[in-house]
Design a protein around this ligand. Structure first.
Ligand SMILES: [Zn+2]
Length: 341
């Protein structure tokens, strides 16, 4: 058999095999046999250089033609076999539309998130810009810039998880005060919601991770009565219009004068119970007029501008609003409990 006859024979033989292949896998085996690196066509090409010049050209050309014909035939067959296999799969697949489905679990908006949303809406109605900051903060913005220098006893009240000597998870969103004041030109009203972290032994009223919603205002001739009016409006929008609120003098280094706000205890109707320690009141936030030092640290002239700041805790507010007596119920993620709200 001449080389030409051999080539034509190979072509017919392989085209026959391709036609008979019934699966893509089978087809691939045939392709390797003929077109693989060590396949029958490759073997033919090896013989070409040993031919006479004229024949070399003719046979080389023919071998190339055969190769292209086979490659096209393989590709066509592969496509048609893949399509056939898919159609067969669809045909074989039986769907029982009457089978019971997996019942989806319906969740609810977490009570703390509900309070955060309510506060956000109330802040926006009063013209506050809502801003967010990083949960990892520097010692400067979290403490020193807020008039809490190193070794100040107030730092002990906010013990936290230090990452190194200057980086820490923020202990309050007040850390955004100076950051924001550096960027904005007074007057401005800003509110900053977010997670904060404290190194706390967790119990019914303490968690190591909870929500803060810092609000602060800087402008000219701002008075303490502006602060009181704002807080009364904001807190009643969350706790209800009948909620009783009171101010009590307190101390935080970044505000002067400083006041804590308490709300009437919902558990006992102000008669006194274990939740409120018998007082009838539950503390909800700290607030006050921004300390001139804090304004100075942000590059704002305290002789021209003043302002107030306050920090309600949405977690605490949710506990009061929904009469929850253990903070762990809010942080535990138990859907059976959270479904009620
Ligand atoms: Zn009570």
């Amino acid at each position: 058999m001449t080389l030409r006859e051999e080539l034509l024979h190979l072509k017919n033989e392989s085209l026959g095999s391709i036609t008979n292949a019934s699966t893509v896998l089978e087809l691939e085996e045939i392709r390797i046999e003929y077109l693989g690196k060590k396949g029958k066509i490759a073997e033919m090409f090896k013989k070409v250089p040993h031919l006479e010049d004229e024949e070399k050209i003719a046979i080389g050309k023919l071998a190339n033609e055969v190769k292209i014909i086979l490659e096209n035939a393989f590709e066509d067959s592969k496509q048609s076999l893949t399509k056939k296999a898919y159609e067969q799969d669809v045909k074989n697949e039986e769907i029982d539309v009457t089978a019971p489905s997996i019942k989806p679990q319906f969740g609810r908006i977490h009570p703390v998130t509900q309070v955060v949303w309510e506060l956000k809406e109330a802040f926006e109605k009063l013209g506050y810009q809502i801003m967010e900051g990083g949960e990892i903060e520097t010692e400067w913005y979290n403490f020193t810039a807020l008039n809490i220098p190193p070794n100040h006893p107030a730092r002990d009240l906010q013990d936290t998880f230090w990452i190194d000597d200057i980086i820490l998870p923020r202990t309050h969103t007040s850390s955004m005060q100076v950051r924001t004041m550096e960027k904005l030109k007074p007057p401005f009203k800003v509110a900053v919601p977010g997670w904060v972290y404290r190194c706390e032994r967790e119990d019914a009223t303490h968690a190591s991770q909870f929500w803060h919603f810092e609000g602060f205002v800087v402008g000219k001739n701002i008075s303490f009565s502006d602060l009181k009016g704002t807080l009364t409006l904001l807190m009643r929008s969350v706790l209800g219009q009948n909620s009783q609120l009171k101010f009590r003098a307190s101390y935080f280094p970044y505000v002067e004068p400083c006041a804590e706000m308490s709300a009437s205890c919902p558990h006992c109707n102000m008669k006194g119970c274990t939740a409120c320690g018998g007082s009838g009141w539950l503390e909800i936030l700290g607030s006050g007029m921004i300390h001139p030092k804090v304004l100075e640290n942000a590059g704002i002239d305290p002789k021209v501008y003043n302002g107030f700041a306050f920090c309600p805790g949405p977690t605490r507010l949710a506990m009061i609003k929904y009469k929850i007596n253990d903070i762990r119920l809010l942080t535990g993620g138990d859907i059976r409990f959270l479904k009620q709200f």
